[in-house]
Design a protein around this ligand. Structure first.
Ligand code: ZN
Length: 288
């Protein structure tokens, strides 16, 4: 099942431009907003499995927002692919990799225009994002997938100067400028994917591929991340976990390369779909 956020309403996607409005089709039992669907995820899944019928609604890409627009928490994992760890100058972590948050104010839908902070070095990090579907604390690894509502695409956009300057780096700030956490285009339940632990993912700038990896190369796969995180924090329905990026980021290139005014970044994951970000220099915004 694919679940989209269309103008703030949960929609079960049946084609790229239409689906069932959850609140209307369920007679008000679930929805209309996404957060209430995650809060009642197990009963919603049981209902949705009986293939809702009725009139479908149509939508355009411009109406799509993040499949979890107001998560209580966002956890992002660093250095979770060994090639990315080595291009960043670190050894692959054997304990839980470094983690940080992207503040909720940075979350947007899948197709957006993103402002480049003045003088900023904005970098790309395509990531598989897990959306939590059940409250959990101290979750066993072999039960962890049952706490995941589904998977979606995220871009962990990062302004490297803010992120890396200073004695104690500012990961959470550098990754939380407005629009720096696009998520979408929709949530896909793990059972709808050919292999939830092995998905090809990548991104391209103006059609030139810059990242192309597979989630099977994660050092800590989704189930292990959920289990390890829940040793310390309670996970809530709708929470987002950015699971780390494969190699190919701009800061690790020689010479370094960052996103520029007018460039388009397309991010994709096999079986889920794609997102599109266009970048705009701050000086240009508001002029004319
Ligand atoms: Zn990242």
């Amino acid at each position: 099942m694919k679940l989209a956020n269309v103008d703030g309403r949960a929609v079960i996607v049946t084609a790229s431009d239409r689906g069932f409005d959850v609140a209307r089709t369920s007679g008000g039992r679930f929805g209309p907003d996404l957060a209430s669907v995650y809060d009642d995820w197990e009963r919603f899944r049981a209902w949705a499995e009986k293939s809702p019928t009725g009139r479908e609604v149509s939508f355009t890409r411009a109406q799509l927002s993040s499949p979890s627009p107001t998560p209580r928490q966002i956890v992002a994992i660093g250095l979770n692919y060994s090639e990315h760890a080595s291009e960043s100058g670190f050894e692959a972590p054997d304990r839980l990799p470094p983690l940080f948050t992207k503040f909720v104010s940075a979350v947007t839908g899948p197709d957006t225009e993103v402002m480049i902070p003045s003088g900023g070095h904005v970098d790309w990090e395509v990531e598989l994002v897990a959306v939590i579907g059940r409250t959990g604390f101290r979750i066993a690894e072999n039960e962890a997938w049952s706490f995941v509502a589904g998977l979606t695409i995220g871009q962990d956009l990062s302004e490297r100067i803010t992120q890396l300057t200073g004695q104690a780096p500012q990961f959470s700030l550098g990754k939380s400028f407005p629009g720096f956490a696009p998520v979408g285009p929709w949530l896909v339940t793990p059972d709808s994917l050919p292999d939830r632990d092995d998905l090809r993912l990548g991104c391209a700038i103006d059609s030139r591929t810059v990242q192309d990896g597979r989630t099977r190369d994660m050092i800590f796969p989704v189930a292990r991340i959920v289990s390890e995180l829940s040793r310390t924090i309670t996970l809530y329905p709708g929470d987002l976990i950015f699971t780390g990026t494969p190699s190919g980021v701009g800061v690790a290139r020689n010479p370094q390369r960052f996103l520029e005014h007018g460039e388009e970044l397309v991010s994709w994951i096999e079986g889920i779909g794609e997102m599109r970000q266009t970048f705009v220099a701050t000086e240009v915004c508001g002029s004319g």
